[in-house]
Ligand binder design. Structure first.
Ligand SMILES: [Zn+2]
Length: 383
């Protein structure tokens, strides 16, 4: 799947209107053999949580959609599956297959749970691999861990050294020249593909003799996008090379996430455009002030609630008996992480998921870089 396709699906899920029927969000890790058991155990347990026959019926309808899809057969390259299903009068079903795996995780709620999709998008997004040898070039577009684009080229056969008409030196310089020309043509194709499709990251793979020549010949713009150089030989399977570049890319992506934490800290130090903590981050997202939401993978917010009647919400505060705003008694537990990610996707705010950062955990595990200050923040600071 292409990244922009996933982005489109995330938007569909993030803007889905609530209905009476529950949404089942089902992530399955097909790399493990036990995903079937996990699914049936979770369904068995969730089934018992519905108080009315009507709700339970809607839930069963959603589960039936999932079961039907699983029975149809999954593509054999699929390692991760995300299914979103709802029964009732406003039926909804969206299945997504991925080359990379996702954790087994099945939940039910009034809205789809998109956090794992957003994490996937942030971790794996997209890059280009140029796998080169002296006589062949492969340019691969890798989206969400799978090859989605491939351009292959082979250098035309070289003239054989004939009799004595060519000296050895003459022949070798001919080979060098033709190889150089071939590599340069490859770089031009690479540049065309990266710029046309908006790729921002490049990994070179191949024999170090060749990759170092390519590196030196890269135009400035591409050189700035170079993430890593991976050693590979012409005999390696393309899938192995892609796996190696994927690991390198994930590492690079984590470095980029940590750079966002640095920017967050820096902005906090200088009283700049940033907020940290659940409450302030939620407010910034709701006011559309947030530019990037930075979230620790281990972030686990304290219980929070939302009023079913007036949608007032309180983050990391114990649930009162009644809504302090409208006095209605029906208050619901609020999934803060999910709500933040949904708001971010709805408003075009970037999301960075950080694997390990003590600095971010000290700041409460979550923060936002802001586009601008709200007027009251500005006046307070100016005063
Ligand atoms: Zn209320």
């Amino acid at each position: 799947m292409e990244l922009k396709e996933l982005q489109r699906h995330i938007m569909t899920l993030a803007t889905l209107e609530e209905s009476e029927a529950p949404v089942v969000s089902c992530y399955l890790d097909l790399e493990t053999s036990g995903y079937r058991t996990v699914l049936s155990e979770r369904v068995h347990l969730l089934r018992k949580t519905f108080p009315t026959a009507e709700k339970r019926q809607d839930f069963e309808a959603a589960v039936a959609l999932i079961e039907e899809y699983l029975a149809l057969g999954i593509h054999r390259d699929t390692n991760g599956l995300a299914l979103f299903a709802r029964g009732g009068s406003q039926r909804f079903f969206l299945p997504l297959q991925f080359h990379v795996s996702v954790p087994n995780w099945i939940a039910v709620g009034s809205l789809p749970n998109i956090y794992h999709l957003v994490e996937l998008k942030d971790t794996y997004h997209r890059f280009v691999v140029m796998l080169s040898a002296e006589d062949s070039t492969r340019i691969l577009g890798v989206n969400l861990g799978a090859i989605t684009q491939e351009i292959w080229d082979r250098r035309p056969e070289l003239r054989q050294r004939v009799g004595r008409s060519w000296t050895k030196d003459h022949y070798q310089s001919h080979v060098r020249e033709r190889t150089n020309q071939f590599l340069h043509e490859g770089i031009q194709v690479l540049e065309g593909m990266m710029l046309a499709d908006g790729y921002k990251h490049l990994i070179l793979a191949g024999n170090p003799r060749v990759t170092s020549r390519i590196r030196q010949a890269l135009p400035k713009q591409l050189a700035a996008m170079l993430v890593d150089i991976v050693h590979a030989s012409a005999q390696d399977a393309v899938s192995d090379v892609v796996r190696a570049t994927l690991l390198s890319f994930i590492e690079q992506e984590e470095q980029e996430s940590l750079a966002f934490v640095d920017r967050l800290q820096e902005a906090i130090h200088t009283d700049g455009l940033a907020v940290v903590g659940a409450r302030a981050s939620m407010q910034a997202l709701q006011a559309r002030q947030a530019d990037v939401l930075i979230l620790a993978k281990a972030y686990c917010p304290d219980p929070s609630w939302i009023c079913a009647a007036c949608e007032a919400m309180e983050v990391e505060t114990a649930m009162p008996n009644r809504c302090p705003r409208c006095r209605e008694p029906e208050l619901l537990a609020l999934d803060v992480k999910e709500t933040m990610v949904r708001l971010a996707e709805q408003t075009g705010c970037g999301v960075e998921v950080v694997n390990h950062s003590d600095a971010l955990m000290r700041l409460g595990g979550v923060g936002c870089l802001l586009r601008y200050l709200a007027p009251d923040q500005y006046h307070r600071r100016a005063a």
